[in-house]
Every structure is written in C-alpha cells, then in structure tokens.
Design a protein around this ligand. Structure first.
Ligand SMILES: [Zn+2]
Length: 215
C-alpha cells in the first residue's frame, strides 16, 4: 500500500465487463461461491479472541465478493484442501494493540507502509505481509485511551482489513486500486477504526473474477 499510484482501473473494468458478459460470456461467470484458503502465520502468538475477530471480519468482507475464506495453520495443518485461491499471510512483529503510554499521546507522523505483498517480475505472489509495528504507530494514538477489550477488538478488526487489502491484490492479480473501501490505495485511521469498512466498488465482482479465471 502507499507506493502504488492512485488509479481506478478496477472500477472502469467492472463497468465495461458487466455489459459485455451478458452477450457472450455469461457461461464463464462463476455460478458458485469461490474458496480462498489463508495460511496465517505470526511472529508472536495472537490472542484467541483477536484471532477469532480477524477471521470473522475477513469472512464478512469477502462474503460480499462471494468468496468463502478458510483458515489453515501452516504449522499444524498440512492437509490439501480444495480451493480457488490460496495465500500465506504473515503478521510481522507483535500484532496486539500497543500498551497505553505517553508515546501515544500525540499522533506519530508517517508515512506508514502497513501491509504489502510479494511481487516478482511484476507478478503478485500469494504472500501478504502485515507490519504490526507500523500499525501500532498508526493506530496507537487513537486507541490508547480505550479499554483493553475495546482496543483488542478494534485492533484485530483493523488487522483483518489490512489482510483483506493484500488478498485483494493476490486474488485480483492487480496492482491497481479502487477509489474507496478495502481496495483503495491508502487507509485513514478513521477507516480502520470505523464500524463498517468493506469493498465499496465491485473490486472483486463476479465479472472480474471470471475474467481472471479465463486468463
Ligand atoms: Zn494496495
């Protein structure tokens, strides 16, 4: 996030395809929910409540794109499960809300690169990386006065939104961004903290997914 220029190709692309698919590509549209398997790894253990909130939020975000998210722990679960997409997501650093402290009394100036995905020869690889130290600096000033429980809940939800952004790049195989929502190029604190933050445009619409599947 952040380094890629703000463009809106996804938005335009979806608009065009929704017309043409009616004529000649209707059979290639996915007729079922797709499955995305996420292998979640973390440098430090993540509290069960936080982990469950991350999964719940991510499931909710991708539900809108008709994608079912399945979770696997790469350390314990080596079974092959059928999927349309698979990705490894690493929570780098200590992914828990920062302890209240004076360093968060004032906002810390960025810019922050909160998350990224591996790219080789222009191809986006299915390896997402969430930088929790950057996230802590970014959200710390807004969270430190909240109760422990609230902080943990909001923090986990923010982590899920960052993961969703990187998975959007991986699934969509695109460097482009949308104008708003989870697929936009940079997030504000308000967006990460808000009650609702989702894909606001058909960033992962059936038309786009069908196009990817068709190569
Ligand atoms: Zn991005």
């Amino acid at each position: 996030m952040g380094a890629v220029p703000r463009v809106a190709h996804i938005f335009a692309l979806a608009g065009v395809l929704s017309v043409s698919t009616c004529v000649c590509r209707s059979e290639s549209l996915p007729s079922r929910e797709k499955t995305l398997v996420v292998f979640l790894t973390s440098d430090f253990s993540v509290a069960p409540a936080a982990s469950s909130e991350i999964k719940q939020e991510l499931g909710h975000i991708f539900q809108a794109a008709a994608i079912h998210v399945k979770w696997q722990d790469p350390a314990t679960d080596r079974s092959d499960s059928e999927n349309d997409y698979a990705a490894v997501v690493r929570l780098r650093g200590s992914c828990r809300p920062p302890e209240p402290g004076p360093r968060f009394e004032h906002s810390i100036s960025g810019p922050f690169t909160l998350a990224s995905s591996a790219v080789a020869n222009g191809v986006i690889l299915p390896f997402g990386d969430i930088d929790c130290a950057a996230l802590n600096s970014f959200l710390g000033p807004s969270l430190w006065k909240e109760s422990d429980q609230t902080r943990e809940f909001i923090y986990a939800r923010a982590v899920a939104r960052l993961i969703a952004h990187e998975l959007y790049h991986v699934i969509g195989q695109t460097h482009d961004h949308a104008r708003g929502g989870v697929a936009e190029p940079s997030f504000t604190v308000a967006e990460l903290l808000s009650d609702h933050f989702e894909f606001t445009e058909p960033a992962l619409s059936a038309e786009v997914l069908a196009r990817i599947a068709d190569g």
